[in-house]
Design a protein. Structure first.
Length: 461
């Protein structure tokens, strides 16, 4: 009897585990919108890539059609990235160089966030902004101005007038018609008070007015709102809510917006002090001798440029491979060599008519921009910030972008250029090659798209 009871218990536990495993797999499957070979695209990954959905406003399509179109583009990018890896294009020097540069940029931004933004912008400010992130309201107003400022009797007179208009609206009077007749805002009154779309966080309206407007639902009208110049009655006619990233993902973006719009001067002062301290900590040194040597060669290229043997060589033909190894700036964690510096110079810099000393000063100024990113990136790396999930996600996405471009360049555009006799013909060939490759890659990596998961997630649209 005991033996039979033990068997029953084991069977029950086994069945429970099978059921839970099935349930877990079903839950995971509900979060997958596509499979590409051994890789998947999750709903979370799709939402993040879709971003704030500006695509919806650009396409003459429904929000769902826009999402389906975006998913297909994500799949195509993943297919080309997989094909590029299969051809070892991920080892390409250009891909590796761009990836390194982007990694430095992300580390630089992370250092700024951790060391300055987190101290300058409070968590409460970020949360308040996040409340209506990526939201817009279509707003109309009736504005009644004060004829005399700082006059209590005038304030009371205008308040009563605004209240009478609000009472009429509550009884069914048309808001637009009242705005045309009574509003004293010359810009909006002729259009029934229409202010257009107001985006959350805009500098068009004060924070107080935004809070009032964004707490209204479509069709609702505010109480009379007093400002320094008069009373406003707002009506929200429509709302638009785009994709809202998670709080942790949106946090840095919100901090940057708040600093750019409200705390720019304070940030610049703190950053200058912070950057100066890092230069001392990591022992930054400009190599004056190597900078001067580069400046001399640039000035010499001005004198040699008109000679026949110098044509088509470019501005840097006097720079040797050995020159490119010269460090222009050094610090504890690395250096900036002449070879790294030259690609950053634009077509307009430096011109051919500068003396040596001006080349020296111009070079130093541009080096400061490069140094700022490299130094802060190194500082972030020293603290292990490169392992943060946001940076890893961004780098993964960037690598896919770079590999997809490398695949297009070497497998499609290069071949189209060989076959085509002119630009238009090459473009047609490239389009045809792209269609052929898409078909091949879909078959090779056995693509599966789960539109039902997408439709279920966005059923409200």
């Amino acid at each position: 009897m005991r033996w039979r009871l033990l068997v029953k218990r084991i069977l029950l536990v086994g069945l429970s585990l099978i059921f839970l495993s099935y349930q877990h797999c079903a839950q995971k499957a509900d979060n997958i919108v596509a499979r590409v070979g051994t890789e998947i695209i999750t709903l979370e990954e799709f939402e993040r890539d879709f971003g704030d959905s500006k695509l919806v406003s650009r396409l003459k399509a429904s929000p769902m059609q826009a999402r389906e179109s975006h998913l297909e583009k994500m799949i195509l990018k993943k297919l080309m990235a997989l094909a590029a890896r299969a051809d070892s294009l991920d080892q390409d020097d250009i891909v590796q160089k761009e990836l390194t540069e982007e990694k430095e940029k992300q580390l630089y931004l992370t250092a700024i966030q951790v060391d300055i933004y987190d101290k300058l912008v409070s968590e409460q400010e970020v949360k308040e902004y996040y409340q209506h992130l990526n939201e817009k309201r279509h707003v109309a107003q009736i504005f009644l101005k004060f004829n005399y400022l700082n006059n209590p009797k005038e304030v009371e007179r205008v308040r009563k007038k605004a209240q009478r208009l609000l009472d009429k609206i509550k009884k069914g009077a048309d808001f637009a018609e009242l705005a045309k007749k009574y509003s004293q805002d010359k810009r909006t009154a002729p259009n029934g008070g229409d202010m257009g779309y107001i985006r959350w966080g805009t500098d068009r309206l004060s924070k107080h007015l935004q809070q009032i407007i964004f707490n209204l639902k479509p069709g609702e009208v505010s109480q009379p709102v007093e400002t320094q110049i008069g009373f406003h009655i707002f009506k929200v006619t429509e709302e638009k809510i785009y994709y809202k990233p998670s709080y942790s993902e949106a946090r840095f973006r919100i901090q940057r917006i708040l600093i750019d719009t409200q705390k720019r001067k304070e940030f610049e002062k703190i950053f200058a002090s912070y950057y100066d301290s890092l230069k001392q900590v990591y022992g930054v040194k400009f190599n004056e001798e190597n900078i001067y040597r580069f400046a001399e060669k640039m000035a010499a290229s001005k004198e040699q440029h008109s000679k026949p043997d110098s044509l088509n060589r470019g501005r840097f033909y006097l720079i040797t491979e050995e020159d490119k190894k010269l460090p222009l700036v050094t610090f504890e964690g690395g250096s900036i060599t002449l070879g790294e510096f030259i690609p950053t110079i634009t077509a307009k810099y430096p011109p051919y008519n500068l003396p040596v000393q001006e080349y020296v000063e111009g070079t130093k100024e541009r080096l400061k921009d490069m140094l700022r990113i490299k130094l802060l990136a190194y500082h972030a790396y020293q603290r292990g910030l490169q392992n943060s999930p946001p940076i890893q996600r961004k780098l993964k996405r960037l690598k896919e972008d770079l590999l997809a471009k490398a695949f297009q360049g070497k497998k499609i555009f290069a071949e189209a250029s060989k076959q085509g006799t002119n630009f238009i013909e090459s473009k047609k060939i490239a389009n045809q090659l792209m269609k052929e490759w898409i078909k091949k890659l879909h078959e090779r990596y056995k693509v599966k798209i789960y539109y039902r998961v997408l439709k279920k997630a966005y059923s409200r649209l």
